[in-house]
Design a protein around this ligand. Structure first.
Ligand code: UDP
Ligand code: MG
Length: 189
């Protein structure tokens, strides 16, 4: 197996990123919907982006090309209660109920990404909450149009990253590893 980098390196910052149901559905190959929902074959497709689902691979590749490392991924349909917990900070907002209904309406691709500054820079890759205000070049700026269908979630700070990662993933679902590119991305002493 791969060496466990956590034995040698201080643990890198991690953030929680999720592709919402709209982001998942918009990449659908529409003549094979049932196959798409079958999570085993889908997960293989996610991990080997091949154009089968363009939106998922598009989003993953933006984090990957930057130099961030994928340390956890799964597809699931969260329950309404789970999404209410995920968005508990927003429970007073008028859009809270619709938001939670939507997030629990279909498959979500939940991920943990690791790297120096990944929480803050992940938000930059994602763009502003309202896609109308997101810069071109950002995920929401390039791929979404309205705030209620902005296709992706990212933790907004160290606290929420920690809480969201532990909500969505068990510790054993996250993998610490080194890859050959690390020394070229970060340099070495
Ligand atoms: N949202 C919405 N209407 C609004 C503001 C937010 O539907 O006026 C949704 C939108 O999908 C957003 C989510 O609620 O992504 C969470 O809002 P937050 O302010 O945390 O934005 P984010 O952190 O996702 O950029
Ligand atoms: Mg937020």
């Amino acid at each position: 197996g791969l060496p466990d980098s956590s034995l040698f390196l201080p643990q890198m910052e991690r953030t929680f990123i999720a592709i919402k149901p709209d982001g998942v559905q918009r990449g659908l190959v529409i003549d094979r919907p049932n196959k798409f929902i079958a999570s085993c074959s889908l997960l293989r497709k996610i991990l080997k982006p091949s154009g089968y689902n363009n939106q998922i691979s598009e989003i993953i590749s933006r984090f990957e090309r930057k130099g961030f490392k994928l340390v956890g991924i799964k597809i699931m349909v969260p329950s309404k209660g789970f999404t209410q917990k995920h968005y508990h900070d927003l429970k007073e907002k008028p859009f809270f109920n619709g938001l939670c209904n939507f997030l629990s309406s279909g498959p979500v691709v939940a991920m943990v990404w690791e790297g120096e500054g990944v929480i803050r820079y992940g938000r930059k890759l994602i763009g502003a909450t309202d896609p109308q205000k997101s810069e071109p070049g950002t995920i929401r700026g390039d791929l979404a149009v309205v705030v209620g269908r902005n296709i992706i979630h990212g933790s907004d700070g160290p606290e929420s990253a920690k809480d969201e990662i532990s909500m969505w993933f068990k510790p054993e679902e996250l993998v610490s590893y080194t890859n050959n590119a690390d020394k070229w991305i970060y340099g070495q002493n």
